[in-house]
Structure formats: C-alpha cells, structure tokens
Design a protein around this ligand. Structure first.
Ligand code: 13P
Length: 214
C-alpha cells in the first residue's frame, strides 16, 4: 500500500467519524465508498469507525471480488453498482440520518420546499421503494431513484448521497438532512407550498455559474 492509498483510506475513515460527529449517522449504520482503480475502496462491515485503520478498508474490484481479513460493507452492492453506472460519481455516502430516515419511514420524497433541493440535481429527492438491506433489489431501486439525481432516500432505511469527491458527497449528506429536517418541521404545521419545476430549473442554471457546481 503506497502513501497515496493510505491517505485515501484514511480520508474514508475520517469521513465516517465526521458523519457521526455531525449527527447524520450513528453507530456503524453508515458506509462509504470511493472509486479506486477498476473498483472501489469501501468500509468494512460492522466495524466501529473509531477502531478503523487504513488497512481495514476493503478494496473491491469491478467484478465485486475482494480479498483480505475484513468483509466489505453489507451494502457493497449498491456502492459498486452506483460507481459502475455513474461516471459522474467518485464517492458514495450511505447513512441513516434521523430526519431523512423519518421521511423514508413515511415513504415520502423531499419535494421542492426550498431552492436547495436543486443541489441534488432536480426538483425532488426521491425515496426508493423498500428492499432488504444488502440486496440486488435495493441496489436496483437506489439506482432508479438516483437517475439524474445525486442523492435519494431509501424507504424504511436511510439515504444515499454521491459526489465527484468524498467531500462533496459528505456536504450533500448534510444538505439533504437539513432539507429533511425543514420539511418535517413544516409538516408539523401543514403541507408546505412548493416551488415550481421551472423555478428549480432556474436555480440549477444559476448554480452552474456559482459555487454549487456539481
Ligand atoms: P455495514 O456495517 O455492513 O456497512 O452496514 C450497515 C448498513 O448500513 C446496513 O444498511
């Protein structure tokens, strides 16, 4: 393992710890992958982030093969499928943030309640239908919900955020959780009014000339 590989693996561990410190995940319920060679580096299953060392991060090739003492995350299927299907994605964050997960339990997408919905790529953040964790079916559902989007909810489960870099996927995780919190807060009063599709497209166009590019 060269120094660059060690740093890349450490950045995954740092992101795992950050997601728990930020309150967008708890315990070992999340997992992270980053594109690497013809496959990916992915967190090992069920391992406390504080105990994780660079050598615990699993390299999986593009065919889903891996070696070593640590087993890859039980969610490796959708991580690999997203990275294979989406050349615009280099990092995938899966977490169980409290507000996103609450909305996912209600099987509700996040509609255009706020212009920041546009940072996920369109006028809503979809909620993928439920499928058992770790299954091909969950991966198929997640990929469909991510079509022309950078993030989605997973019904009765949590969420996925992607990015061209791990920092961007982490940033988007926090943004989506913030939107979910705002939406759930509004729902306590009433179903909020929504922005139009045209306005979201307008925002996306403005953002492409501003700091939120990809
Ligand atoms: P892992 O510990 O296997 O990554 O799984 C946690 C999880 O997110 C299941 O959905």
């Amino acid at each position: 393992m060269n120094q660059q590989d060690i740093q890349k693996r450490q950045s995954i561990i740092d992101a795992c710890r950050r997601m728990n410190a930020l309150g967008v995940n708890q315990g070992t319920s999340g997992n992270i992958s980053v594109r690497h060679a013809d496959g990916m580096l992915v967190t090992p299953t069920s391992m406390p982030y504080d105990a994780m060392q660079p050598e615990d991060i699993v390299f999986m090739n593009g065919d889903g093969e891996w070696q070593g003492a640590r087993q890859p995350s039980s969610e490796w299927r959708f991580h690999l499928d997203i990275l294979r299907a989406r050349s615009d994605v280099n990092a995938v964050v899966h977490a169980h943030p409290p507000y996103c997960t609450s909305l996912s339990i209600l099987e509700r997408p996040i509609p255009p309640i706020h212009y920041m919905v546009a940072v996920a790529g369109g006028s809503d953040i979809r909620c993928a239908p439920y499928a058992t964790f770790g299954t091909d079916e969950l991966s198929v559902n997640a990929l469909a919900a991510l079509e022309e989007r950078k993030a989605c909810l997973l019904a009765h489960h949590g969420m996925i955020a992607t990015g061209t870099t791990l920092d961007k996927a982490m940033w988007l995780t926090v943004e989506v959780e913030t939107l979910a919190r705002q939406y759930l807060t509004c729902l306590q009063v009433e179903e909020p009014p929504l922005l139009s599709d045209a306005e979201i497209q307008n925002v996306i166009a403005r953002m492409s000339n501003y700091g939120h590019r990809d």
